[in-house]
Design a protein around this ligand. Structure first.
Ligand code: GLC
Length: 572
């Protein structure tokens, strides 16, 4: 069932109205495409703002907070899924791609949100989940109901099991969330039936992208949201859609350890690129520079670049950067490799430190390196925040587009001590999954006041779907606003400087300058960025006039002392 706008079909003039209020390009690289140097803010709808007091964030809540995002100084907002979904994976299990889940509002709310955002000069990117649907999707339900002969089964990967009675999965693939990537279905008469593939939870059956109906349906879904006025799509598991012919065994258990290093028969297959070429044509048919952003976990940045060739998508997340520790040499290397890989395909490099799937970077940097992205210890919070602030200024000084995950502008740590009974990450409930502790970065945002939910919901003492720590009163937007030492004001200042300095964000290269070990210094036109990634102060010649720094930096005559774990921005 598809939800429709209550006021029936939108008149053509309305589509033009969207165009009229689409924001004018504002920053340096904009003449070649607004996305090339855009700062894009990720909203996780469940946890951003709850307008009706049910403890769950919603679209009207997001809409009411758009002025905050405009004032923060971001260019675009990416919304994680808000579609009709049983929420087996927090909305990444979509039952109807053209409907808003009632928990988040309605299509009218989505329409109002897009219009308001455009009026405020903000672009809207929505999440598209094409690798799998929910098991409650009409196609999958019919495939089960109609039994083995159903043609709808060809839109998913149904296979007979191995073993005498088909009691073993068709191949040895494991789910990213842990356990086998196959679940056995039941025939309409109640007997055990074929197995179906799900790279994630059993409630997320993978589509068969060899089937034309699947490809046609997604082209139509793209147009549906483009007609609604969205400025682009973040494409979930963009590297997973096509599976190797014959679904070959991998030949070993513990496959998740291989992720990130090897090309797997279910990830990063060359066939995915044909899909993005066809989507690019659709994006280009619409005015206003609509974009596609790949969530593609590939073994190397070079392979990521394949997703952003000129006739494919516009951006891809730079997860290699996200995975790099607070270490000057490693950072310099990943920056160089990232820029070098994107240059030949003429795509902007992206930079990202946090999202809804990984431990917040304030907590990653508070812990010893090498613990991965599902960290369960708070570590040294003060150190983590100091490094996080420095890391953010470094990220925002680099050429390309940067992603901010809601709450990082408040310096929020991950909530590492959530009780098991409140956790909802499906991977937590499956053995040895890759994820599992993602609820810690999904705790609702503190906006104001001294009592939970700290303005997340309308009533003090009201619910929030995950509990917020008591210390978050001091981290609320209200508590930080106007405090020049706060992380929120640092982000506001940084984004204001970035907008005012053409050399920030634009371009495709940095010019490295000599500096003491453990530090990074690079120049971009009339701008210099200094980073001290060590725990000792370092004295250097002051590069110019200090514009902004992550901690106070003393400038003494022609010299400056770079404080431990600090970043400085300088005009030269
Ligand atoms: C992506 C999403 C993640 C989700 C998974 C399955 O990685 O970011 O949250 O669990 O895809 O859809």
């Amino acid at each position: 069932m598809t939800q429709n706008l209550a006021d029936t079909s939108r008149p053509a003039a309305d589509a033009a109205a969207h165009e009229a209020v689409t924001p004018a390009p504002v920053t340096g690289g904009a003449s070649r495409g607004w996305w090339r140097d855009a700062v894009i803010y990720q909203v996780y709808p469940r946890s951003f703002a709850d307008s009706n007091g049910d403890g769950m964030g919603d679209l009207p809540g997001i809409r009411s907070r758009l002025p905050y995002l405009r004032d923060l100084g971001v260019d675009a907002v990416w919304l994680s899924p808000f579609y009709a979904s049983p929420q087996a994976d927090a909305g990444y299990d979509v039952a109807d791609y053209r409907a808003v889940d009632p928990m988040f509002g309605s299509l009218l709310d989505a329409d109002a949100l897009i219009r308001d955002a455009h009026q405020l000069g903000l672009r809207i990117i929505v999440d598209l989940v094409p690798n799998h649907s929910s098991d409650q999707h009409e196609w999958f339900q019919r495939a089960l109901r109609e039994g083995p002969e159903s043609p709808l089964r060809e839109r998913y990967h149904f296979r007979p099991g191995k073993g005498e009675n088909g009691e073993l999965p068709p191949n040895d693939w494991e789910s990213i969330f842990g356990g086998p990537a196959w679940t056995r279905s039941e025939n309409p008469d109640g007997t055990p039936g074929d197995w179906y593939l799900h790279l994630f939870a059993p409630e997320q059956p993978d589509f068969n992208w060899e089937n034309r109906a699947v490809a046609d349906e997604f082209r139509s879904i793209l147009r549906f949201w483009l007609d609604m006025g969205v400025d682009g799509f973040r494409i979930d598991v963009a590297h997973g859609l096509v599976k190797a012919p014959g679904l070959p065994d991998l030949g070993g258990a513990d496959q998740l350890k291989l992720l990130g290093n090897d090309v797997m028969p279910f990830f990063d297959q060359d066939g995915v690129h044909e899909i993005y070429r066809s989507w690019r044509k659709i994006l280009d048919e619409y005015p206003g520079q609509r974009i596609g952003v790949a969530e593609a976990w590939t073994p190397t940045v070079q392979r990521t670049a394949n997703y952003v060739r000129p006739d494919e998508l516009h951006q891809a997340f730079n997860f290699q950067y996200l995975g790099t520790g607070w270490d000057a040499a490693a950072l310099r290397e990943v920056i160089d490799v990232s820029l070098d890989s994107m240059r030949p395909v003429d795509a902007p490099t992206t930079w990202v430190l946090s999202n809804h799937d990984v431990t917040r970077h304030a907590t990653r940097f508070a812990n010893p390196p090498g613990l991965g992205t599902q960290i369960r210890t708070p570590g040294d919070r003060e150190l983590g925040l100091r490094r996080a602030r420095a890391a953010t200024l470094l990220m925002l000084a680099l050429p390309g587009s940067a992603y901010i995950y809601q709450g990082e502008e408040l310096g929020l740590p991950d909530v590492t001590d959530l009780p098991d009974e409140v956790r909802q990450d499906p991977s937590f409930f499956r053995k040895a999954g890759q994820d599992g502790y993602r609820d810690g970065c999904r705790v609702p945002i503190p906006w104001s006041g001294t009592e939970a939910p700290y303005g997340f919901g309308p009533v003090a003492g009201g619910p929030s779907w995950l509990p917020q720590p008591a210390e978050w009163a001091a981290l609320s937007v209200e508590a930080q606003t106007g405090d020049p030492a706060s992380t929120l004001e640092l982000y506001r200042s940084a984004l204001a400087v970035r907008r005012s300095q053409d050399d920030l964000g634009a371009g495709t290269a940095v010019e490295w300058l000599e500096g003491p070990e453990g530090t990074l210094t690079f120049r971009r036109g009339s701008f210099v960025c200094t980073v001290n990634a060590t725990d000792e102060p370092v004295r250097i010649a002051a590069p110019g006039k200090l514009l902004l720094s992550s901690v106070e930096l003393a400038v003494d005559g022609g010299e400056t002392v770079l404080a431990p774990d600090s970043t400085g921005w300088w005009a030269v």
